[in-house]
Design a binder for this molecule. Structure first.
Ligand code: ADP
Ligand code: MG
Length: 741
């Protein structure tokens, strides 16, 4: 869609054989190649520091040739060219082998002492020294004849591309030139509308591609990169603005408050006073529900900030107005718990049709995939007939088989597993002219403003900032895993809590010891290299740890339960119930307990292999303890050498309870730093340059521009290139990431 030249297969441009290795990097068309941006720029004057090469690493280094000598090998026969390159301090050796010395003369004559070049290959250690065998290389300034041109070439930043062994960076560079040189702005359709581009003062698409791929100066590539970064932000924000506009255009039934209804009765029997935040957000939501555009709201608030009550009040307003509400949880355990909580909070108000019900009452039912057929049938009937005012379930609830008499509100709890796609599916239920339900999405993961703007740009955001008074803070400490005295003390603390009638969570990253994939539900940091390389012990697993704890003298006689995502819903429920009741006061689990689970007696949490979890996730986890009046304690058992990233992250977590600060630090520290996945999938549709924390100002500007554009032209009819870019961005890979984010 972006112009024929843009879509041209690389095979036709470079030749089928030459195009082969490009396909290996997922680059199939001219456009793919041009969007394959340099990872960094080498400057001919600045040599790569050779002190930190590690074995097995595929590297591209800028270095100076010190010497190169060919000799024949008496022992094995054949010849070897040994060259040594340097960064000025350290040396790296290059080895080329051949049957005859003559075959190596060509390299020998090119690799003259003092010549600068880029060398690429896989690092090996040979007799204690770093070596590249048969490296590919490119010498600086040797391909140009005239001296002036050579001088210019010798000072130009050299793009270094994400490359592969089969495709060194300079071959990518040459191919880019071949493709880019004949291209003009007319050959491509720039997704950035001209008016926006001019207002913000950015170069055109082809010009920016030239600037990043063939810069003469650092300013060049910075200018090109900034424009491409803005483009990413803009496309994303336009996608969000369009969703928002489309959602707002769907018809909805207004559900104003009803005097003397269930909501009023509920407020009257609330055992506590709503916090100021709950009142403000509640008023905002009440207003949204009464309007005739669908509510699209994200409610964020720390664990324990009282979101459930806010959601329940919204649901009651809708029930009072004759509609139904659905509450979706990410897991069946949580759905079951929500059912219990809602019924408790509502008391007789939830007992419609039962003895002892209030005069005005409704029914709250549970609908899950694993419930018994009879119960499920009854719940389906209650939903379809309208007898159930509130239906609680997992996301499966919105599957096609569930009918509602009049679904007026969908509340999604813990949205971070509820991506853009699910939101769209929800909005597009029914036909074009059908009414849609209001939507309230809740999250306990604090989302920095720019992330909210990026990932949830289609939602209005409300935040509960205070936690109801009277809750004790959680103290967090890091325990070095290799310190026997400290770990012994950890289990002794668990024992003390149990003896005092309290409970302990023990969280592991995996379910079983032979489980290579990691836990079903653990959101482990991806791409985080192991600090200790291959010698690292395997991750702790639920079943193995449970067995081990059972043999510890410190926990003698203490009953230990287990919980993980591979158990049946009934078994999970039993495990939670046994823990809540204190029959198994120690619960070893994966992160299934991460969200929502509420056991007020739980006072201590031990996280094993804590360095493997994200900061926000750990913060979320520790919110599970200290829910009652006893202060909470969180012990992070970790292998995190002093000074490592992991140690920094864990120290940050121990040092603050501010979830927003943690979420921001988490984002900054993550190597693939961006919420949207970007480079890790390497697919055509992912974001490459944008980083949501760093680029906050740029994203905000792009959002304003995008919203203004969509306000003027909701269907983006005048901007087919932008539409195409939006569609491309929404391809499955980006989608998947959002769903996981
Ligand atoms: P969240 O879902 O935000 O983690 P919950 O809604 O589960 O928080 O609330 C946590 C606990 O605090 C619940 O036991 C709830 O009944 C209680 N709670 C909610 N609002 C208030 C309030 N205003 N005052 C006192 N307790 C409250
Ligand atoms: Mg909750």
């Amino acid at each position: 869609m972006v112009g024929t030249r843009w879509d041209e297969p690389l095979g036709r441009l470079l030749g089928t054989r030459a195009a082969g290795p490009f396909a290996g990097l997922g680059l199939h068309t001219a456009g793919d190649l041009l969007r394959h941006y340099p990872r960094r720029y080498a400057s001919p004057g600045r040599l790569t520091d050779l002190s930190s090469l590690s074995p097995g690493e595929h590297v591209t280094v800028m270095a100076e040739v010190r010497r190169a000598t060919v000799r024949t090998m008496r022992s094995r026969g054949g010849a070897i060219l040994e060259a040594v390159v340097t960064d000025g301090t350290r040396e790296l050796s290059l080895a080329f082998f051949a049957k005859k010395a003559g075959a190596l003369r060509r390299h020998e004559s090119r690799l003259r002492p003092g010549t600068l070049g880029m060398f690429t290959g896989v690092v090996r250690f040979y007799r204690g020294a770093a070596q590249l065998t048969h490296p590919d290389y490119q010498l600086v300034g040797t391909d140009v004849d005239d001296e002036a041109a050579a001088l210019v070439e010798a000072t130009r930043p050299i793009p270094v591309y994400p490359a592969s062994a089969a495709l060194p960076t300079w071959r990518i560079q040459r191919a880019v030139r071949t493709v880019l040189d004949p291209l003009t702005e007319e050959d491509v359709n720039d997704p950035l509308p001209t008016e926006v581009r001019e207002r913000v003062g950015l170069p055109g698409l082809v010009e920016s591609l030239r600037l990043v791929h063939e810069p003469y100066t650092e300013q060049d590539w910075r200018r090109g990169r900034d424009r491409l970064r803005y483009e990413e932000a803009f496309v994303l924000q336009a996608a969000m603005a369009r969703r928002r506009a489309q959602a707002a255009a769907r018809p909805v039934v207004a559900r104003p408050t009803t005097p003397g209804g269930l909501l009023a009765a509920f407020d009257a029997r609330l055992p506590f006073v709503l916090t100021a935040g709950q009142q403000d957000v509640g008023a905002q939501i009440a207003e949204d529900l009464a309007a005739d555009a669908p509510m699209q709201r994200l409610l964020q608030g720390e664990v324990g900030s009282g979101k459930t009550v806010v959601a329940l009040r919204a649901m009651l307003q809708v029930v009072d107005a004759g509609g139904q509400a659905a509450l979706l949880a990410p897991t069946e355990v949580l759905a079951t718990q929500h059912l219990r909580t809602l019924r408790e909070l509502l008391g007789p108000l939830a007992q419609e049709g039962m003895l002892g019900a209030a005069d005005r009452a409704t029914r709250v039912v549970l609908l899950t995939g694993s419930q018994a057929a009879a119960a499920r049938r009854e719940a389906l009937l209650d939903a379809a007939s309208g007898a159930a005012g509130i239906v609680v379930g997992t996301h499966a609830l919105l599957g096609e088989h569930v009918q509602f008499a009049d679904l007026g509100l969908v509340v999604v709890d813990e949205q971070h597993r509820f991506g853009v796609e699910q939101r769209d599916a929800l909005r597009s239920r029914g036909d074009e002219g059908d009414t849609v339900p209001h939507l309230l999405v809740m999250t306990a993961t604090p989302i920095p403003r720019t992330v909210a703007m990026t990932v949830f740009g289609d939602l209005e955001v409300s935040t509960l900032t205070e936690v109801p008074a009277g809750r004790a803070p959680v103290a967090t400490h890091v325990v070095p895993a290799d310190n026997a005295a400290w770990t012994a003390r950890t289990w002794a603390r668990v024992r003390e809590e149990v003896d005092a009638g309290r409970r302990a969570y023990v969280v592991c990253p995996r379910i079983t010891a032979d489980d290579a994939s990691g836990a079903d539900d653990a959101d482990l940091l991806s791409g985080e290299p192991d600090d200790q390389g291959a010698t690292r012990p395997p991750l702790r697993a639920v079943e193995e740890v449970a067995d081990e704890l059972a043999t510890l003298p410190a926990l003698d006689g203490v009953r230990i339960g287990t919980l993980h995502g591979r158990m049946t819903a009934a078994a999970k429920d039993d495990a939670m119930a046994a823990f809540a009741a204190g029959r198994t006061p120690v619960l070893v689990s994966t992160t299934v307990i991460e969200v929502g689970v509420d056991v007020p007696e739980a006072s201590v949490m031990v996280v094993l292999d804590a360095e493997r979890f994200g900061l926000s996730q750990l913060h979320q986890l520790r919110g599970r303890v200290g829910r009652g009046t006893d202060p909470g304690l969180c012990l992070l058992v970790a292998r995190a050498p002093e000074g490592s990233d992991a140690a920094t992250r864990l120290a940050t977590l121990a040092g603050t309870t501010d979830g927003f600060e943690l979420a921001t630090v988490d984002l900054e520290l993550r190597r693939e730093g961006d919420v949207l996945g970007a480079s890790q999938s390497g697919s055509a549709s992912s974001l490459r340059l944008l980083r949501v924390v760093r680029d906050a100002a740029l994203i905000a500007r792009a959002r304003d521009e995008a919203r203004a554009l969509v306000d003027r032209d909701p269907a983006l009819e005048a901007w087919p290139a932008l539409l195409a870019a939006i569609d491309e961005w929404l391809e499955p890979s980006a989608q998947e990431y959002l769903d996981r984010a």
